[in-house]
Design a protein around this ligand. Structure first.
Ligand SMILES: *[C@@H]1O[C@H](CO)[C@@H](O)[C@H](O)[C@H]1NC(C)=O
Ligand SMILES: *[C@@H]1O[C@H](CO)[C@@H](O)[C@H](O)[C@H]1NC(C)=O
Length: 369
């Protein structure tokens, strides 16, 4: 039943699209001369349009000048999620609000953690520029804006009940709307033409004059936690000097230095005297590790000190962790053969010296709202 209805609407929708280009001028003129819902007027404009009005009591396609790609109209069975206003008599309400700026303002209601009111303008050209249309607005309670934060994003859908089809006609912008102290209201100036609420045959007026308007407000909550990424540079802490004595008698796979601090973060060095991974058995491997298991970017200089300073081995680490256990390092730092060869000058009194200078690293801080 619902699907069928929908199909029909689509069909007439497309007929309207085709008709529209031919009729744009005529319709335009008629619209300004008389409200669009006056079907009699449109019928007089030609045979083409007659077909479109076979189902004249359903909601006709809107004047396309009012629709942009960011505004959608739909029909649904699901009731409004945030608030509904039912008028026992639409026409009485429309008369009474003339003394109240031509608007009906609902009681405050809560949606998405904020207080709102729903505004219904049932009369012609109120607010100004709405022509023969009903206008619907929502207004955010500005005390929420003052107390909590200064802007709120929310998706707003306006609805009205059509008893004939037992569905809600929905009209909404696809983008979330931004509310803040200087923009506390948002709405549709041209929701539906007032004529639909004057003739019960359309189904928007039912049970002897009742009508229902509703709104969905879905607040987009800003993400609760943030990561603030920054880069530490110009680190002034001294170079770490790590000496391993009695190097040749060390026979474990790896050794870790004491914790040292640089740039406000704690680090350790880890050496694999006989290499690790692809370097196993051929080169010494050296890694810098974050003592607090931070990941991220690091730039550091590694040096293996030679007794002849010009022969120091210098390698730079520059990037994201490239080793297990959150480490940054160099697999093949110095060939084992060079270390073992006393004439190369890396081992002095069976002591090897490494220096590490941390130049930069990334820092991320978690921020919770
Ligand atoms: C909404 O209104 C109620 C009743 O006036 C009030 O207690 C509550 O604090 C308001 N909430 C916000 C978010 O302003
Ligand atoms: C907040 O809303 C009230 C009632 O609508 C209005 O009188 C007042 O001027 C508004 N305050 C601000 C700061 O916009």
């Amino acid at each position: 039943m619902y699907t069928e209805e929908k199909k029909k609407n689509t069909k007439y929708g497309s007929i309207f699209v085709y008709c529209f280009f031919g009729l744009v001028l005529v319709v335009g003129v008629v619209r300004y001369a008389k409200p669009y819902y006056n079907l009699q007027n449109l019928m007089e404009t030609g045979a083409v349009i007659e077909e479109a009005f076979l189902d004249e009591l359903s909601v006709p396609a809107r004047n396309h000048q009012k629709l942009s790609s960011t505004v959608k109209e739909e029909t649904r069975t699901r009731p409004p999620i945030s608030y509904c206003v039912k008028f026992e008599s639409f026409s009485t309400m429309a008369n009474l609000v003339k003394d109240n700026g031509d608007k009906y303002e609902s009681r405050p209601f809560s949606a998405g953690g904020y207080n709102w009111t729903f505004l219904i303008y049932p009369n012609e050209n109120k607010p100004e520029g709405s022509g023969g249309y009903i206008s619907l607005y929502v207004k955010i309670d500005n005390s929420s804006l003052i107390t909590y934060q200064n802007e709120v994003y929310a998706w707003i859908k306006f609805l009205t009940y059509q008893s004939k089809t037992d569905t809600y006609y929905e009209f909404h912008a696809t983008e979330a709307q931004r509310f803040h102290l200087f923009k506390q209201e948002y709405g549709m100036l041209n929701f539906l033409e007032i004529g639909y609420y004057q003739n019960p045959a359309y189904g928007f007026i039912f049970n002897g004059g009742q009508s229902v308007f509703g709104v969905d407000i879905v607040v987009s909550k800003p993400s609760a936690t943030w990561e603030d990424a920054s880069f530490e540079e110009n680190i002034r802490d001294p170079v770490l000097d790590w000496r391993i004595t009695s190097f040749s008698i060390h026979n474990l796979a790896s050794y870790t230095s004491d914790t040292f601090s640089s740039g406000g973060r704690n680090w350790v060095l880890k050496v694999y005297p006989n290499g690790v991974g692809s370097a196993t058995g051929n080169s010494l491997s050296l890694y810098l590790l974050s003592a607090s298991s931070e990941k991220g970017y690091v730039k550091a200089n590694f040096r293996v000190i030679n007794q002849t300073p010009s022969n120091n081995v210098v390698k730079q680490v520059d990037g994201w962790p490239n080793a297990k256990e959150n480490g940054w390092g160099v697999d093949k730092l110095v060939p084992l053969a060079d270390i073992k060869d006393p004439s190369k000058g890396f081992l002095v009194k069976d002591t090897i010296r490494f220096e590490v200078e941390i130049l930069a690293f990334s820092r991320t801080d978690s921020i919770s709202n």
